[in-house]
Design a protein. Structure first.
Length: 142
């Protein structure tokens, strides 16, 4: 029975480099992920803001028309329109960038680059939140 448990616990690594990275950085320092991130409070606020905007958009679905303008980079007309549920896309992308930047900053040694990644993620949250809120207020009629 113990042999089966050891097989189940074994982690597959696609290369020796990934295994070395896992052994050196991640497996030994699981708790250090949060400790080594600069600007924790703005980052927590950014994550909370993204989640809040997603929840608000989901709750206000009844007040939105079936299609809303989101893709302003496309030519004017119907090509800019998406379903009202798509207003969550900017916040979802922002959350994904936050997660990726946290992981990358964990792997970096230079403090400057860590700070740049976190500030970039927070800035992206500000821009995506502004865009989403302006479109939502426009559609509701404020």
């Amino acid at each position: 029975m113990k042999k089966k448990q050891k097989k189940a616990e074994k982690i597959y690594f696609p290369s020796k480099r990934v295994k070395k990275l896992w052994d050196e950085k991640i497996a030994k320092n699981k708790d250090a992920l949060i400790e080594n991130i600069p600007f924790k409070n703005p980052l927590i606020i950014a994550v909370a803001a993204n989640i809040l905007i997603i929840l608000i958009i989901l709750l206000l679905q009844g007040f939105f028309p079936p299609q809303v303008p989101l893709l302003y980079g496309l030519p004017e007309g119907e090509s800019q329109l998406v379903s009202s549920l798509s207003l969550t896309i900017p916040s979802l992308i922002s959350l994904l960038v936050i997660v990726l930047n946290i992981f990358i900053s964990y792997l970096l040694k230079e403090e400057f680059f860590k700070k740049v990644l976190i500030i970039t993620a927070v800035g992206l949250t500000i821009f995506s939140a502004t865009t989403t809120i302006k479109i939502a207020l426009l559609m509701i009629g404020f």
